[in-house]
Ligand binder design. Structure first.
Ligand code: HEC
Length: 115
């Protein structure tokens, strides 16, 4: 009995672990250009830093330029940059749900959201 329970608990724990790993590996919304973001945007920082933003195309453009100027982000061809900005503006644009893209529970502490 205890043994079966132990095996069950282990199964639950492993299941939770694997789904957490799977989620961490695929946090970008699907769409054209996603592969360019995966290839170019996680060598210096986590993709979480990317998905937690919601910015207009202009602000994304400035952010890329800022990283190129100050943080050694490589230069892109005009076509690559267009595709990267298309993706960011479409999927993480100014009207994207601010912040968390499902990385946080919707209301971590209901007592802090009483308005
Ligand atoms: C060569 C390194 C490098 C690469 C590659 C890189 N970044 Fe960054 N990025 C940085 C650094 C450094 C910061 C500042 C981190 C910090 O403030 O802790 C940053 C910060 C950011 C921020 C937060 C900006 C802010 O205002 O706080 C965003 C959004 C971002 N990067 C998006 C991207 C995207 C999109 C790509 C792919 C096109 C990318 N990064 C690729 C170095 C890089």
């Amino acid at each position: 009995m205890m043994r079966a329970l132990g095996a069950y608990m282990l199964g639950v724990a492993l299941g939770a672990l694997f789904s957490a790993v799977a989620m961490a590996g695929n946090i970008l919304p699907d769409g054209p250009g996603k592969i360019l973001i995966e290839a170019n945007c996680q060598s210096c920082h986590s993709l979480k830093l990317v998905v937690q933003q919601s910015m207009s195309r202009e602000r994304w453009d400035e952010t890329l330029t800022w990283m190129q100027k100050h943080h050694k982000l490589r230069q892109f061809s005009a076509e690559e940059r267009r595709q990267i900005l298309d993706y960011l503006a479409a999927k993480l644009g100014a009207s994207a749900p601010a912040g968390t893209m499902g990385l946080m529970p919707p209301r971590p502490n209901p007592l802090l959201h009483t308005r």
